[in-house]
Ligand binder design. Structure first.
Ligand code: CP
Ligand code: NVA
Length: 307
């Protein structure tokens, strides 16, 4: 099976993976040979710390082997994506790919003869959401009914939380005056709204009320990584930073609230989150990033399983 988006994973797929990730975290030695001699290719068109390391280290800890490919050092850029993926899928047993465009990861999944894992595209970040569910399950002992307030730009990370949430009953409120155009997924948002697990406030007017009602407050970068140093995005970057500053998570905004704080990282201290909050006693952020490794191992086992 592929993991391109959580939209086509079932509640059972998601819950099994979360439970398996917790078991792997608690008993890593039981999984040292869990995948046998399998090989994972990591094909990255964008930078990464957590996703790449979770994949490379995760497969090694399961007894397999990782092969990292920086897109720019391959012939993917010269050739037809489908041709190159077919070649790669003849060499390895599973592919973790971080492409710029969602359409490319979807194409890869259509042609690959091995499982494809989406390591974050412009529309979704499913491995992040599965890791986050593990962290929420560990801290709250449940997923159903846990309330997450995502404050920032409506993006790939919150889309995957919404997609997972609607399967497992996790309630996601998004407070976001901006939507990343590539992350606009009205079909997902409407389905999650009908399920009663998603609300969207386009202004910050309700943000204190949303925080007060939430168990977790979550934020992410206001600008996706590929645009940070992109000259053609410079003007938009300045516009966003100015517009988004009132939405920063900081001690003053969270004063008096007993919510947990999450961020997928990398954090831009002083922008979407004040640096002091990363080490706040309510912060789960570094536990969350560690859990990417345990969760990635569970994802690899899941997609490599025969069922
Ligand atoms: N959260 C996350 O995916 O981090 P990386 O971009 O470092 O992989
Ligand atoms: N949403 C951000 C962070 C993902 C880890 C991005 O896509 O760059």
């Amino acid at each position: 099976m592929h993991l391109v988006t959580l939209k086509n994973w079932t509640e059972t797929d998601i819950l099994d993976t979360v439970e398996s990730g917790i078991h792997i975290k608690n008993y890593p030695e039981k999984y040292w040979h869990a995948v046998g001699e399998k090989s994972l290719a990591l094909l990255f068109q964008k930078t990464s710390t957590r996703t790449r390391c979770a994949g490379e280290i995760g497969i090694a800890q399961l007894g397999g082997h990782a092969h990292y490919l920086d897109w720019r050092a391959t012939n993917f850029g010269l050739a037809d994506l489908g041709d190159e993926i077919r070649v790669l899928s003849a060499y390895v047993d599973v592919i973790l790919a971080r492409f710029l465009k969602h359409t490319d990861i979807a194409t890869a999944a259509e042609v690959a003869e091995v499982p494809i894992i989406n390591g974050c595209c412009d529309r979704y970040h499913p491995t992040q959401a599965l890791g986050d569910l593990l962290t929420i399950q560990e801290n709250f002992g449940r997923l159903e009914g846990v309330k997450v307030c995502f404050i920032g730009v409506h993006n790939n990370v919150c889309n995957s939380l919404i997609a997972a949430g609607m399967k497992v009953g996790l309630e996601v409120t998004v407070v976001a005056p901006e939507v990343n155009p590539a992350a606009e997924d009205k079909a997902l948002w409407e389905a999650a709204e009908r399920r009663g697990t998603y609300r969207y406030f386009r202004t910050g007017f309700h943000r204190r009320k949303a925080i007060a009602e939430s168990d977790v407050v979550y934020t992410d970068t206001w600008i996706d990584m590929e645009f940070f140093t992109e000259p053609s995005f410079a003007e938009e970057r300045e516009r966003r930073l100015e517009k988004m500053m009132p939405y920063q998570l900081n001690a003053e905004l969270l004063d008096g609230y007993d919510c947990r704080i999450m961020h997928c990282l990398p954090a831009h201290r002083g922008y979407e989150i004040a640096g002091e909050l990363l080490d706040d006693e309510r912060s789960l952020i570094f536990q969350q990033s560690e859990n990417r490794l345990h969760s990635m191992k569970a994802i690899l086992l899941k997609v490599l399983s025969k069922d």
